[in-house]
Design a protein around this ligand. Sequence first.
Ligand code: GRF
Length: 202
Amino acid sequence: MLKNIAVLISGGGSNLQALIDQMDKIDARIKLVLSNKKEAYGLERAKKAGINQVYLNGKLEDYDQRLLKILKDEQIDLIVLAGYLKILDKQLVKDFEGRIINIHPSLLPSFCGDGQYGIKVHRSAYQRGVKLSGATVHFVDEGTDTGPIILQETVALDFEDRPEDIQKKVLEVEHRILAEAVKLFCQDRLVIENNRVKILKR
Ligand code: GRF
């Protein structure tokens, strides 16, 4: 059966766009794009692609309950966090266990956890002088960036690369591995065993 995907965003949505552009390779449909920020450009991208877009004010007191209701009403099989800058409610994480994927712009477990998002991650990588960075797609658990890792890909950094340059290099990788991970999930090829992900061969 065709899987229903919800993509949660808070900003520009270039990862969302990458997914939209690669949907022909994935056996699923993006049923809705939801943002907790009204001005998120990703909502515009969804509109242009003819996908149902929802803005849910992140400041609402009953935000978490509303979000959970929408996801259940829409019979969502997979939640993709693509630049979604809000902590997920514990109940939602529990109800969708093994069915929430996040993209993080570093090689986990480096440069992650509270406060490590967006350009801040790349500033940390720059300051530490790492020669390799990259991106990680992982399942979401109750921690921040601690869930089972699905895919990772590295990028080589040059001494001259500023945080913005690192971000650009890493984004290219993000766009590729996020779509790949979603594809694997939709093919039922991801199995979590003792907090590690096994990728089944076809
Ligand atoms: C990406 O770097 C993603 O890894 C991080 O936030 C950024 C969102 O970018 N979680 P975009 O909104 O997909 O362009």
